[in-house]
Ligand binder design. Structure first.
Ligand code: RB5
Length: 149
């Protein structure tokens, strides 16, 4: 059982329905969901939404972030430009578990045009259920952080 945490959610226009499903799922699990939009399917720009969510995590306002666009790729690229963010795109639960266990990811990105809702929720559960293993992985994560300097 994952203790309740504060999780920021955002997406572009391609992922509103899946984002809503994830928000409901997280709330059902007892998490505090900070859904920062957008709220309409009008075409928008994923870098702005990736950055906004990433800043909530980087500042410590939210413990983790989940972001979505059509492929999950563009919004992930934007989020990773924010200092302190480690975000991976996942299309399977194994990768979602490993980006936390080995890479200490603090954000997950999903492609709403890639994964269906059932799989997406399994990916979210795997991400939230995993823990960073530290040890040799700590050194490697510190090497990633050093690249930001
Ligand atoms: C929007 O059409 C699409 O480009 C966007 O959602 C995303 O897939 C970009 O990486």
């Amino acid at each position: 059982m994952t203790p309740p945490i504060r999780i920021v959610l955002s997406s572009d226009h391609a992922a509103l329905a899946l984002r809503a499903a994830i928000a409901a799922h997280l709330a059902d699990m007892g998490h505090e969901v900070v859904d920062i939009g957008p709220t309409t399917t009008e075409s928008t720009h994923y870098p702005a939404h990736g950055e906004a969510a990433a800043r909530r995590v980087a500042s410590g306002d939210c413990a983790l972030g989940i972001i979505l666009c059509g492929t999950g790729q563009g919004i992930m690229m934007a989020a990773n430009k924010v200092k302190g963010i480690r975000c991976g795109v996942c299309s399977d639960p194994f990768s979602a578990r490993m980006i936390r266990a080995h890479n200490d990811a603090n954000m997950l990105s999903l492609g709403a045009r890639v994964v269906g809702e059932g799989l997406a929720l399994e990916i979210v559960d795997a991400f939230l259920g995993a823990r960073f293993e530290g040890g040799r992985h700590q050194t490697r994560v510190e090497m990633i952080t050093a690249l930001e300097a």
